[in-house]
Write a protein that binds this ligand. Sequence first.
Ligand SMILES: [Zn+2]
Length: 120
Amino acid sequence: MDDIICHYCHKQIRDQDELITASNKFQIRPFHYVCYEEMEEETNSQWKLWKPVNGVPGNITSVLMGILALWMFLTDTLDGIGDLIGFIALYPVYQRIISYFTIEKKLPKFIEEKDDIKKD
Ligand SMILES: [Zn+2]
């Protein structure tokens, strides 16, 4: 199994419980949730560009966008522009799927009695 390495601290991520996946333009990278919280407080703006993909907000966004995309493709709402909106709306859905298959699926759901992340 490939190790999933945090893009921020470069240490291994051990289970889905401590994982957060985030996207920045066309990349998706894994992070520890503690590292993600640290990133949000970073003054360096390059870290602020990362938006969470997994978890509840990411799931809600991808479901809503999926519905919007289907609606735009299956109806004549807004014609050609509607199809374009549909393609754009599919983007978070696509990211959510990539995140699941390339990162989340490789990690166990939850490992009990892990050492503290910051200990070593
Ligand atoms: Zn980390």
